[in-house]
Design a protein around this ligand. Structure first.
Ligand SMILES: [Zn+2]
Length: 80
């Protein structure tokens, strides 16, 4: 699927409804946005990762901070 869209004044773009439906993206969901070396943009469904090492499994949360169990254990050891 490919389409063209104009960039709005506030920097936003509208992702076509058929693409949103195909991807299962719903209003209000979080998206991860990154740039590519060739001047492109990648938009993906948000995946939570450890704030410290980038792991995406065995995550836990402390207030607003997401971290993996390994980093949490390392932090616990450093504080005790
Ligand atoms: Zn970690």
């Amino acid at each position: 699927m490919k389409t063209s869209r104009k960039l709005m004044q506030n920097g936003g773009i509208t992702i076509p409804k058929d693409m949103r439906l195909k991807l299962g993206w719903k209003r209000g969901m979080s998206l991860d946005i990154s740039t590519t070396l060739d001047g492109g943009l990648i938009v993906r469904k948000h995946v939570e990762i450890c704030r410290f090492c980038g792991a995406s499994q065995n995550l836990c949360r402390f207030r607003d901070l997401v971290m993996c169990r390994n980093c949490a254990d390392t932090m616990k050891g450093a504080l005790s």
